[in-house]
Design a protein around this ligand. Structure first.
Ligand SMILES: [Zn+2]
Length: 247
């Protein structure tokens, strides 16, 4: 079971490395719910996660997550301690902290440029993360951490990327458009040419033919004359010989 889980993780990590340029150290953004669940399930995130993801891992959080955990007080004191040991990533809510989930979602906006993982038990946040391509999701289920399989959104993104690498979709369209345009311009050109041909090209071809006939007639006439001369001589000779023989 453990091996199978590891195998799935390796496969999924390969997906993110190959298609979304995830590199070590893997940066995992933790929210309060994940820290809380890790504590309850006695999971040593810091020790286990590098082995599971297959590389050095940096645990991160944001100031908004820490603020939220502080505000929730004693029940989440342990979770807060875990979060406080994480590296605090700069979010855009310096003066006006937002909820932990809203903050983490903002961290993976615009194609997740910093290649963050999101580790959460918040189903609502998880669903929102799944709607973005290229954001790996970690959660805890049955006392173990699980890297979620790539979301349909991520798969679709990669598929369009791969097909576009052969011939980009926008280029396909532009090619079609260009062909149509060229087709139209060709048709117009052909029409024009046809109109011209009706009056124009025939004399040209006639001229060429005339030239050819003239050129061909002259030498042939000379040849014929020569042949005739020779023929006449020969025939006369033959005739005279024949006549002589006959006489
Ligand atoms: Zn924030």
């Amino acid at each position: 079971m453990k091996l199978r889980r590891q195998k799935h993780a390796k496969k999924n990590m390969g997906f993110y490395k190959n298609n979304f340029q995830f590199r070590e150290p893997f940066q995992v953004l933790l929210d309060g719910t994940f820290c809380h669940a890790a504590l309850q399930n006695k999971i040593q995130i810091r020790e286990q996660l590098p082995g599971y993801l297959g590389g050095p891992t940096q645990l991160c959080t944001t100031r908004c997550v820490l603020k939220e955990l502080e505000s929730l007080g004693k029940p989440l004191y342990g979770a807060k301690l875990i979060a406080q040991r994480c590296e605090v990533q700069n979010c855009s809510h310096h003066k006006d902290p937002v909820s932990g989930s809203a903050c983490l979602l903002s961290m993976v906006e615009e194609g997740n440029p910093h290649h963050f993982f999101i580790a959460t038990q918040d189903q609502d946040l998880a669903n929102k993360v799944k709607k973005k391509a290229g954001v790996p999701l970690l959660f805890i289920i049955q006392n173990t951490m699980v890297l979620d399989k790539p979301s349909p959104k991520s798969l679709a993104f990669v598929q369009t990327l791969q097909t576009s690498q052969l011939v980009p979709e926008h280029q396909k369209q532009s090619i079609v458009q260009l062909k149509e345009k060229e087709g139209l311009t060709k048709q117009e050109g052909e029409k024009r040419r046809k109109r011209k041909r009706a009056g124009g090209p025939n004399p040209l071809s006639c001229l060429k033919k005339k030239k050819k006939t003239q050129e061909s007639k002259e030498p042939s006439a000379e040849k014929k004359k020569r042949r005739r001369k020779r023929y006449r001589v020969k025939t006369k000779a033959v005739q005279s010989v024949q006549k002589n023989e006959g006489e």
